[in-house]
Design a protein around this ligand. Structure first.
Ligand code: HEM
Length: 159
C-alpha cells in the first residue's frame, strides 16, 4: 500500500509542477513577451524562459508516467482502457504522449528551427500560433485533470 501511496504523491506533484508551469507560460509569460517591442527581445526571452522550463517539464513528464503506470500495475487496472467510462485514463495517456513527443522529439529536432525561421518571416503570426497551441494543450490538460479527479472518486460523467 505504501508504495502505491507514494506513487500517487509523486504523480500529483509532477502534474502540479508540469501543468502549473504550462499555465504560467500560457497565461502570464507569453502575454508579457508579446508586449516587448523588439522581435529579437521577444525571441530571446521566450527561448530563455521556455528553455529553462523544458527541463522541468521533461523530468515531470517522466515521473508522472512512471508513477502512473506503476499505479495501473498495482491496481491491475489495464482493462480500464477497454471501457469508455474510463475516458480520463485515455486522456491522461494522450496528454502525456503529446507532451512527450513535443518535449523529447519535436522541440529539439523540428520546432526549434521552425520557430526561428518563422520568427524572421512573420513574428506576430508565429507568436499567435504558438500562444494558441499552448492554450489548446492547457485546456486539454485541465479537462483531463477534471476527468481524473472525478473518475478516481467514482464520478464518470458517462456510463
Ligand atoms: C502515462 C501517463 C499517465 C498514466 C499512466 C496515469 C495513470 C494514473 C492512474 C492509474 C491514476 C490513479 C487512478 C485511480 O485512482 O483510479 C492517476 C491519477 C491521476 N492522474 Fe494520471 N496518469 C498519467 C498522466 C496524467 C496526466 C498527463 C495528468 C494531468 C494532465 C494526470 C492527472 C491525474 C490526476 C489529477 C490523478 C489523481 C486524481 C485523484 O487522486 O483525485 N495523469 N493517473
Amino acid at each position: 500500500m505504501e508504495a502505491y501511496t507514494w506513487a500517487r504523491i509523486i504523480h500529483i506533484i509532477s502534474i502540479v509542477l508540469w501543468i502549473g508551469g504550462v499555465a504560467m507560460v500560457t497565461m502570464v509569460i507569453i502575454p508579457a513577451i508579446k508586449q516587448l517591442k523588439q522581435n529579437k527581445d521577444k525571441m530571446n526571452s521566450f527561448e530563455n524562459i521556455e528553455g529553462k522550463f523544458q527541463k522541468i517539464a521533461q523530468i515531470t513528464t517522466l515521473l508522472s508516467a512512471a508513477s502512473g503506470f506503476y499505479m495501473i500495475y498495482y491496481l491491475n487496472a489495464w482493462d480500464r482502457f477497454l471501457s469508455l467510462k474510463f475516458w480520463w485514463m485515455h486522456a491522461m495517456v494522450l496528454v502525456w504522449f503529446i507532451f512527450t513527443l513535443i518535449l523529447f522529439v519535436l522541440e529539439p529536432f523540428v520546432l526549434h528551427k521552425l520557430f526561428k525561421k518563422f520568427m524572421d518571416k512573420n513574428p506576430e503570426k508565429t507568436f499567435k500560433i504558438m500562444h494558441r497551441a499552448h492554450w489548446i494543450l492547457l485546456i486539454l490538460s485541465v479537462i483531463t485533470i477534471i476527468g481524473a479527479v472525478a473518475g478516481s472518486h467514482g464520478l464518470y460523467f458517462i456510463k
